[in-house]
Write a protein that binds this ligand. Structure first.
Ligand code: KG4
Ligand code: ZN
Length: 363
């Protein structure tokens, strides 16, 4: 089965082709430089950039792979959650392409795409516990199969990635800050008592990182010297980073990673039914070195197999959308041309059509 995946939910325009579960090729245009000027994603600009890049990226992919539109069995597209204007660009392209070449259209939940991405690199076994940590979401899932994911806990306010990005902003580090905080934090041991593990003194599986952000803001108010140190760091000029600044980043990330570990452990302890043999950690923050280490420790202690996508598959990409879309199509699930885009904050409906149309057209 040949599936083209399209991702345009935030600030990366990406297309990828997956054949029988194997990645053939992908093309991605990042908008980081555009949004860096504003210190965050500007939705209107983001949709315009998607509109500018999506056609040329498709041409590039077709040229490189030698594929023709008529070869495609499935066109999979991220249908949400995301920025509405951005999603609409990818979805309009996907619908037009599917209509013109007769391929089956499959709308993919972007978050499920993240969780399934590692399936391109290794076999995924179910049931699995899924931890999705991205810029806008921190969710725990009971994963029973590619098309059956049940939410156990969710972001109540700031997501893990957002908490890292906002912390970087407080320090005037260059945008986007999450990966830079990781690089700085890797250079020092943390002070484990500096920051709280927010929203953990309860029975909940939900996440709330806003308390951690406030704790950091209060700390920096008392230590303006650290903010001045942050100002001097550029993406290239990491040598300007002082040991004090690195220790601060390390301590903050330790609090984020500990909180994720505590909640994941709790999800395992309160799991009902057939126990999972696997924990899958995915999304942009799964690229974080400390989070990867802590989740490795947890999996080892619990005797679970840890699945972590390689770092390139953690952040937004279209390979995960193509892969998830082909799994859904294989299960006989697809969508019609009335497929709706779902912005962040709204539940993604299980509104698949079902039937043999989704299976390979036999070419
Ligand atoms: O999954 P993703 O690419 O986009 C969303 O769906 O949101 O995640 C982006 C988030 C951003 O908040 C970014 O700062 C964070 O992932 N991120 C990291 C690292 N790499 C990306 N956070 C901490 N450490 C990293 N190495
Ligand atoms: Zn994402």
């Amino acid at each position: 089965m040949l599936c083209l995946g399209i991702e345009s939910s935030c600030d990366e325009t990406a297309l990828a082709v997956v054949e029988d579960g194997r990645l053939l090729d992908q093309a991605l245009a990042s908008q980081v430089e555009t949004h860096a000027l504003f210190g965050g994603v500007v939705p209107e600009l983001a949709s315009r950039e998607h509109y500018r890049y999506i056609g040329p990226l498709y041409r590039l992919l077709v040229q490189r792979t030698g594929l023709r539109a008529e070869d495609l069995d499935v066109v999979a597209v991220a249908r949400g959650p995301g920025l509405l204007g951005c999603l609409l660009v990818g979805m309009a392209f996907a619908k037009g392409l599917a209509l013109s070449c007769g391929a089956t259209l499959v709308g993919v939940n972007h978050l499920h795409g993240h969780l399934l991405a590692a399936g391109l690199e290794q076999q995924l076994d179910f049931p699995a516990l899924g931890l999705l940590i991205s810029g806008g979401h921190t969710h725990l899932y009971r994963m029973l199969g590619p098309a059956d994911m049940r939410l156990l806990g969710r972001t109540l306010d700031d997501a893990a990635g957002e908490a890292c990005d906002k912390f970087a902003k407080m320090l005037h580090l260059p945008y986007p800050g999450g990966a830079l905080v990781d690089r700085l934090g890797s250079r020092a041991e943390p002070d484990v008592h500096l920051f709280p593990r927010p929203h953990t003194h309860n029975d909940s599986l939900d996440f709330s990182f806003s308390g951690l952000k406030t704790a950091a803001a209060l700390y920096l108010e008392k230590h303006p010297d650290l903010v001045e140190m942050g100002r001097t760091v550029s993406r290239e000029g990491m040598r300007a980073a002082t040991p004090e600044l690195c220790r601060l980043c390390s301590s903050y990330l330790e609090a984020v990673a500990d909180t994720l570990q505590i909640k994941t452990r709790r999800a395992l302890d309160t799991w009902t039914g057939q126990l999972p043999g696997t924990v899958i950690v995915a999304g942009g923050v799964a690229a974080n070195s400390r989070v990867r280490r802590k989740m490795g420790d947890l999996a080892q202690r619990c005797g679970l197999h840890l699945v972590l996508p390689s770092t390139g598959l953690c952040t937004d990409n279209a390979a995960m959308i193509a892969y998830a879309g082909s799994l859904l199509a294989q299960a006989g699930l697809y969508h019609g041309l009335d497929l709706a885009a779902i912005p962040r904050g709204r539940r993604i409906p299980d509104d698949y059509l079902a039937g043999p149309q989704a299976v390979s057209r036999g070419r």
